[in-house]
Design a binder for this molecule. Structure first.
Ligand code: AMP
Length: 222
């Protein structure tokens, strides 16, 4: 099976990361989450990590140049054999254009862009309940998917399940406004290119996964 190259778009809290984790194994894809890559840089205390810390905690976007460089490097590390799902990148038109150029230079292309749709009220409910394991990246929700033992990760067993600082109520409003202003234009950009697939993210996760799976199965085979 040829590698498939995909983007998951959608507001924070729409389930991009969760759905990417769910479908990656099935389709031999690797999830490349820009937020996770940056959080890793912070955790190891790298120069990049130190530069982005305050911006991330405020809910604003880091510079297009920095994130594009970081993500193209991640794509290069992965190679061409294995497909990917870009989760959280691109988030602005300049990023989308740089990504298109970067893929072209590498002889690669996008097979599909999946846009997860969710209204603001549900986004806020999901984000405020979200908890993540800072060690292995597993995600939970205190309302509908809590870890078995509070604060302890079911997957890796470490006591590392926390609320991200930028998932707090005051920061969520900024992140949503940033999304509307800078990322929503990408929906039209990819629609014009004929590769956009909109999925209702308000239905149960298993159903969202089903719909995304059908899109991935068909992607790249036209
Ligand atoms: P996320 O986990 O995707 O919500 O990302 C967390 C934070 O990392 C964002 O609020 C931004 O500060 C930064 N970030 C992640 N991806 C990008 C991107 N594509 N462009 C700019 N900043 C980003």
């Amino acid at each position: 099976m040829a590698a498939k190259w995909l983007i998951f778009l959608g507001p924070p809290g729409s389930g991009k990361g969760t759905q990417a984790q769910r479908v990656c194994g099935k389709f031999e894809l690797t999830q490349l989450s820009s937020g996770d890559v940056l959080r890793h840089e912070r955790q190891i205390g790298s120069d990049i990590g130190n530069r982005v810390a305050a911006i991330m905690d405020s809910g604003q976007l880091v510079s297009d140049e920095l994130i594009t460089g970081v993500m193209l490097a991640a794509i290069d590390r992965l190679g061409r054999e294995r497909g990917f799902i870009l989760d959280g990148f691109p988030r602005t038109l300049p990023q989308a254009e740089s990504l298109a150029g970067g893929l072209r230079e590498r002889g690669m292309h996008l097979d599909a862009v999946v846009d997860l749709l969710l209204d603001d009220e549900e986004i806020i409910r999901r984000i405020e309940g979200r908890r993540v394991c800072v060690e292995c990246g597993a995600t939970y929700n205190v309302s509908f998917l809590p870890p078995k033992v509070e604060g302890v990760c079911d997957k890796c067993g470490r006591p590392s399940v926390i609320q991200r600082p930028d998932d707090r109520r005051d920061v969520v409003a900024t992140r949503l406004a940033t999304y509307r202003r800078q990322t929503v234009p990408l929906i039209e950009y990819y629609e014009r290119q004929g590769c956009l697939h909109v999925v209702d993210a308000s239905v149960p996760a298993a159903e969202v996964e089903e719909r995304i799976s059908r899109i991935i199965e068909r992607a790249g085979s036209a």
